[in-house]
Each structure stands twice: as C-alpha cells, then as structure tokens.
Design a protein around this ligand. Sequence first.
Ligand code: ATP
Length: 347
Amino acid sequence: MATVETRNIRKSFGSVQAVNGVDLSTKEGEFLVLLGSSGCGKTTLLRMIAGLEKPTSGEVLIAGEVVNEMPPRARKIAMVFQSYALYPHMTVFKNIAFPLKAQRMGTEAIRQKVEWAAGLFGIELLLHRKPRQLSGGERQRVALARAVVREPAVFLLDEPLSNLDAKLRASARDELQQFQRRIGTTTIYVTHDQVEAMGLGDRIAVMQHGKVRQIGTPMEVYDEPADTFVAAFLGSPPMNLMEGKDCLVGFRPEHFLPKEAFPMTGAAPVPFRVTRLEYLGADRLLYGVLERPFPEQKVIARLPSTVSIPIQPGERYEFVVQEKDLRFFDRDAGHRTEARPLVAQFA
Ligand code: ATP
C-alpha cells in the first residue's frame, strides 16, 4: 500500500492547459474519485500519476517519494482503462498471466496467482475463454484481475465501468467497492458520473478546467459545496441559486417543500408558482418561479413520493426552505460565504 501525492502539477498541450496546478494527497488505502465533465483534465492527471504523461511542471509522489523520473513499470501502480485493452488472441488465463510472465515468474507461481485473482473476481470458470466470448462485465473483471496479480501499491482506474449497461454498472460498482475494501489498495478512480463518484469514493475531488475545485467526502462536497460550480455540478437537478442583494442564496431541490411537509418549522412560507411537473416514480420534480422573496426567479423542487400532497401545474403553493438548508455564495467569485440573515437579501 502507498499514498499518492501531486504538488502543483501542470500539463499543457500547446496552448491547452489540461491540468493547471493540482495539489492532491490520498490517504493510505483510500478510494479517491476524480470527478468532472469531459475535458476537465482527469485522464491527463491520472496518466501523469501513472508515468504515461510527463508533467510540464510540478511533482508526483508515490509512497512519499518523488517519481517524476521513474518509468511507469517501476511505480508499482496498475492502471485499468475504459477500454480494458485485453489481448483478443489470448485466453483469459493468458491475459491475466501476462504481466507475471513479463516479470519472469515461474509457471507454477503464475498458475497460483492467476487462480487467486480469478477467485477474487469470480471468473474461475472463464479462464479458457477469449475476450470476445465474454460479456462487458466479465471483461471488466478480467482487466481488474490482470491489474491485481502484480499486487500494485496503487490502483488507477479510468472510467472502468463506462462500457457497461446501467444494471451491470450498479453491480460492478458494488463488486469494485467490496474488492477495494478487501485488498485495501489505494485507488484513484476517474469518472464523469456523479452517482458513481458519490457511491464509490471515500473522498471526491471535483475538477473543472484542469483544477480541483473542492476535495472532500461525498457528504462534504454535496452538503457544503465550496463554490457555485460544485453546488451546481453535484445534484440532479442542481442546487437552486437565487440572486440576492449582495450574494447568491442556494438551496437544494429536496429542501424546498410544501409548507404542510414542515408542520413544526417556524420558517416563513414563500409563494411558488408551479409551471411544469415531472413524475419520476420515487420523486416528483416541480419546475416553477418564486413570487417572492426573489421575484420571478426559477426554482426546482424535488418531492419524495412520501410527500403526497396534490400539485397541479399552473397553480400557486406555499413552500418552505429551512434556514439550516440555505447556502450563501459570493456573487462575483462564486465562493462560499458565511450565512447571512436572509431578510437582508431581498430586493
Ligand atoms: P474525458 O472525460 O472526456 O476523458 P478528461 O477530463 O479526462 O475528459 P483529458 O483527457 O485529461 O480530460 O483532457 C484535458 C484537455 O487536454 C482536453 O481539452 C483535451 O482535448 C486536451 N488533451 C488531452 N490529451 C491531449 C494530447 N495528447 N494532445 C493535445 N491535447 C490533449
């Protein structure tokens, strides 16, 4: 096991700043997720940690040692890509054995190692097949098995589940997490899927334009976003952001509920005119506008099915958000600011 650290790491491709000064530091055995939309620099960052890309500046440390000049092979990392990159002409056994053969391990030791890894992922019965005879999920397990046989100190995974269908993804997520807990290897996992990030990560680094905007536990980044980018990036639908007098006032759609759902609260109700309703089964999404205190500002509310109050588009309802669920942000820079009396924000 080992920790990974980057110090002010940068990478530019011509005029494109793919990674623009990232300081990251994993804990021992941690599952860290790099989350961000396409092109934000996640893969480039991972490839620099792996040694597949040379940083323009800055340092990569593995187990406390600067590894900038160390070739990928010497870094004791294993990387699994989206494409899995299995050798199509080799059986599953040979695919998994490949890195061990390259290390010149003996035949019997290789057999034991491959069987151990196949057992970890439940693919013992597939060892004689070729990759084209496997489902997407099985291929993914073979790629992971091939990565673990080398007993790496660090796992780097780049969207390894993105080729799977939704159902398989959920079970693969579960397997991956259990497996990571079991072997306890420090893992850095790249994804653009926030559900995957929230479900898998001990911590999430939210990235934008080559920078880390916030790093924290799923609860921290969701409940206490450091800025409006993180607030709007996480959550579907995202946080509602209202233009106050001297700041932005944010609240999550699930915290904006009909007055009747909060019999005990002292919060003042606000009139909410619903323009559209989406029934999603477990939830209803209500799109509409506020009449005050932020007139004509668009808001989305998310009602769980347990709140069964009838709602009709075109009607006006009294809604409530509790003071503790309000977040305040700087209007220009977008960073979080201290809580303020809401009343001062009304136009
Ligand atoms: P995705 O989720 O789409 O894979 P990403 O967040 O992993 O995106 P990167 O692949 O790291 O993003 O790319 C970051 C930026 O750097 C992009 O603008 C991309 O076009 C650019 N880039 C990446 N690799 C190269 C390269 N080899 N040459 C030139 N530009 C590159």
